[in-house]
Design a protein around this ligand. Sequence first.
Ligand SMILES: [Zn+2]
Length: 203
Amino acid sequence: MSTVFSHAIVPVSLGLALGRNIISTRVLLVGILFAILPDLDVIGFAHGIAYHSPWGHRGFTHSIVFAICCGWVAVCCFKLPQNRSVPVFLFLSFSMISHALLDAMTFGGLGVGIGWPFTDQRFFFSWRPLPVSPIGIERFFNYWGMYVIKKEVVRIWLPLLGVFGFIWIARYAVKASRIRRYVRVWSRLTARRKPITIRPINR
Ligand SMILES: [Zn+2]
């Protein structure tokens, strides 16, 4: 798995890029939770569930079907107006799927069961630039944990912030041009309101 920070940075940057009109703070917090949630399957180790099992680590909780189901349940709980349901559903489902996509870019452990329940096969991307994060807090704060964070900052955080920062700037540029257009139209409308003058008729 990647670190929890890198899993969380995906919904954070995407949510900020889309803006609070679409992704409210509450939805953003659920998105962060969804991006981290799939790794709760590590509790399976304590209960004797094998790593390679569909119910084991990187199994069904890392699948597209599981992410879609969680996104749908969350949208039903939020009781959103219809025009916001679809973007929020896509945002939450993508936040969870992004977890499996990042895991599939790591070079360690088994692949992710992204195709469950249709296949139990585990998948990796052919390009895997990310080291695996250590499991457990005490193991995290050592040389390997710091090495993983450094790699993730360069290979995940900065590219993501670049892409979503560009979207954010583009969105505000469009908004600013719209405001300028409204100001122009308003000034034209008000310019037509000339005072009525009464001139005497010369006969
Ligand atoms: Zn994971």
